[in-house]
Design a protein around this ligand. Sequence first.
Ligand code: SF4
Length: 402
Amino acid sequence: MSVDSSVQGIFAAFEAAAENPLASSRAWKAANGTPVVGSFPMHFPGELAHAAGCLPVILQENHEPITVGHGMIYPFYCGYTRSVVDQACKGDFDFLDAIMFGDHCVQVLGAADVVRAKLPNTRVHFYQLISSMSDPWSHSRARETFAGLKEGLEEMIGRTIDNDAIRASIRLFNRNRQLLRKLYDMRRSGTSPLTARQMQLAVKSSMVMDKAAHSALLERLIERLEATAATRQRGVRVYLSGHFCQAPKLGILDLIESCGGIVVDDDLYHGQRYISTDVDDAGDPLDALAKWYLERNLKVPCPTRVDQNADWETYLLGAMAKSKADGMIVLMAKFCEPHMYYYPEIKEAFEAKDVPHLLIETEHETTALEGIRTRVEAFLEMVKRQTIAKAAAAARLETGVV
Ligand code: SF4
């Protein structure tokens, strides 16, 4: 098998899970007899469900038109919540053994109510994580919530979850995050020409696949990529920001790169946000998970959380510099309130520093790709010219020739 066909085979496996997550987890359950726990993004510690002997699966927006669920939730809710409600109404979640909801925004709460009403026979556990991250009591409150989550899982499986089992799951999940971060490093440094589509498939499949199976694929992938000489990519280096609970449509990622952009880094939930932080694998696991919850907001700040020590716009400016990105494209899911509230601060900070960025609003139903293409092409052309002008000005300053 050639290197290319092997890499293609691994991405085909990622794609099968990422694009059909329910079919993939249903098949896993049938083959292994493992209970499946569906969770909402973005702060669920899958380690606990794994230590309980379950397959944790982050519920995804699907590509289907919203039909049955349309009458159950406001049309001005984000695509993610409307899609999840639609899937619940159509019976797609019936095979799940439990669903666990965090309450990171108002729209998730609305969706949770409908899912609960529509799935009376499914165990639905609601957990409320503290959203204020830098208070003296933030850690203990987060720990309390995770303790409640653990109890809910114990009730479901009918036995206690051993601390050693949680630590083992933490190590397994850390390994998976580390491998995915390695892929990011390889892309950032240009040693591997992975596309934005491939990065999303790698991360999204990790949200729905068994972690050990996923890590085995990642190890093979990294080995193959390291053995292949990288061809230098040319284009405008782009940083992607935004999109929380739902993965950006793959067509938009392809479009950005077909217009001459190279996506070198991101803070997407189906990207760096999901894999940014490891959990301590020693000591009390609930303490470690609470610490992880607070720390990951410092690693990649989330606008659904309040933290005196984290500034999303400052983080983004630093992340762009670190990845040597020339411009940032912000992908905002329509009606995502936390993002809409925060975006003006990003805009102001980027304009003050003269760092170019483009805002693209995305929708579940329709995305007029041709309109987006025109805007992306114009943006990338502007960034290219600005980058050349800045480099020329810096060279003049250095040589003293004005
Ligand atoms: S954070 Fe945004 S994308 Fe996520 S559920 Fe809330 S509104 Fe939807």
